[in-house]
Write a protein that binds this ligand. Structure first.
Ligand code: LMR
Length: 399
């Protein structure tokens, strides 16, 4: 009966991570998937999360079902951390927010919504974008196109070309944008560029879908959400997916949110109820534990302050690894430009390494990057920095 089912060739990120875990090399370094490792190479359990878990355990509450849209305190916390305390749209109850299965779950739920209510609309994603963006939207039968973004020659953003493309899109097209720590390039728009994008969205009647997976890893929790707040202040209707996988180090708990900014409370209520229906069709209701952890931390002033400081420390560690790698590569290969490592933001750097160089790093040194050349800076630490820099210098050195 299942003879016609072909094997899935695998995912460029998740399958590579599995390969890494199985790899027999004595010395190996994972710089592929977006996981934040601490200075000892471990995935941290944040103290704020540990404290929240202790409080939740002490309450001994039953493991009941959450409603389809998720936990109310979690959803309120999402609105505060994503949109800020002063957001008019939140105050006017114009934002429909659901708890989702991580950022991916939010993107997929949003995609199903788009397909149902905007069946003729396509979505435009940056070139390049997170590999799974295309897969998620195409999987919901939405046409996916790309707009220019990365400029290999200058290691910058092709902003004029990006804007020129957006200016040609039909009204009601969706545009996927990342407000901070762009995955995979680490290159973010400036505020001035965001203002131009927002004006274009309004002038052309485009609908932004903002995907924020790394809030706090760029310049700070509020700074990283600036574009979302500017968009909301400008009165644009848009969707936001956000993830707590990285900034809470809660990857496996699948904690995320989907928010839809509407023009009235009634519109937001209708959107929310249709999203509830979408959840019921797919998995009934989201899981409880991660949402309890996040809501506990974000809803308590003391735990929030502790978490904020932990996020700041993660951000600082990533930045110091960027500088460390840049310095070592500059020393090893004088005359070559490595400043992009410190200019890019967030967990990832787009190194410009070609696929055969990435393969050589993996096969000869056990250093795993994505074949696109994306390197997860958060996998570096004082114990592997020299080794990785030497390995990179060796594959980059002229033969
Ligand atoms: C990544 O880009 O490595 C992360 O977002 C993890 C994932 O699911 O791909």
């Amino acid at each position: 009966m299942f003879h016609h089912v072909n094997a899935y060739p695998g995912d460029p990120i998740l399958s590579l991570f599995q390969d890494f875990q199985r790899a027999p090399q004595a010395r190996k370094v994972n710089l592929s998937i977006g996981l934040f490792y601490d200075e000892n190479g471990a995935i941290p359990v944040l103290e704020s999360v540990r404290n929240a878990a202790a409080r939740i355990a002490a309450q001994g509450a039953p493991h009941t079902y959450l409603p389809m849209e998720g936990s109310a305190p979690f959803r309120e916390a999402v609105q505060r951390v994503v949109f800020g305390e002063a957001c008019a749209a939140v105050r006017e109850r114009r934002v429909a927010t659901l708890q989702t299965l991580g950022g991916s779950g939010a993107l997929r739920l949003g995609a199903e919504f788009i397909k149902r209510y905007f069946p003729d609309s396509a979505i435009w994603i940056s070139d390049p974008s997170w590999d799974n963006h295309r897969v998620l939207f195409a999987g919901a039968q939405i046409e996916v196109h790309s707009y220019p973004y990365y400029d290999a020659a200058s290691n910058g953003i092709r902003f004029d070309a990006m804007l020129a493309t957006l200016e040609t899109l039909p009204a009601r097209s969706f545009v996927l944008l990342q407000p901070c720590c762009h995955n995979p390039t680490g290159l973010d728009l400036t505020r001035e560029q965001w203002r131009a994008v927002i004006a274009c969205m309004q002038a052309r009647g485009l609908i932004p879908f903002i995907d924020m997976a790394y809030q706090g890893f760029g310049d700070g929790l509020d700074d990283d959400a600036w574009a979302i707040r500017a968009m909301s202040d400008a009165g644009v209707a848009f969707l936001v997916s956000n993830s707590f996988s990285k900034n809470f180090s809660l990857y496996g708990e699948r904690c995320g949110g989907l928010s839809v900014v509407c023009s009235s409370e009634q519109e937001a209520t209708h959107v929310l109820t249709q999203m509830q229906a979408g959840v019921r069709r797919a998995y009934s209701s989201p899981p409880l534990f991660g949402a309890q952890l996040v809501a506990q931390v974000l809803g308590d002033a003391q735990l929030y302050a502790q978490w904020d400081a932990e996020v700041a420390a993660m951000r600082a560690r990533i930045k110091s690894m960027r500088t460390g790698l840049r310095d070592r590569l500059r020393d090893a290969l004088p005359g070559r430009a490595f400043d992009y490592l410190v200019e890019q933001r967030g967990m990832f750097s787009y190194t410009g390494l070609r696929a055969h160089e990435v393969d050589a790093l993996r096969e000869r040194f056990g250093v795993y990057l994505l074949r696109s050349g994306r390197l997860c800076v958060a996998g570096l630490n004082a114990g592997n920095l020299d080794y990785v820099a030497e390995a990179m210098a060796s594959v980059l050195a002229p033969q």
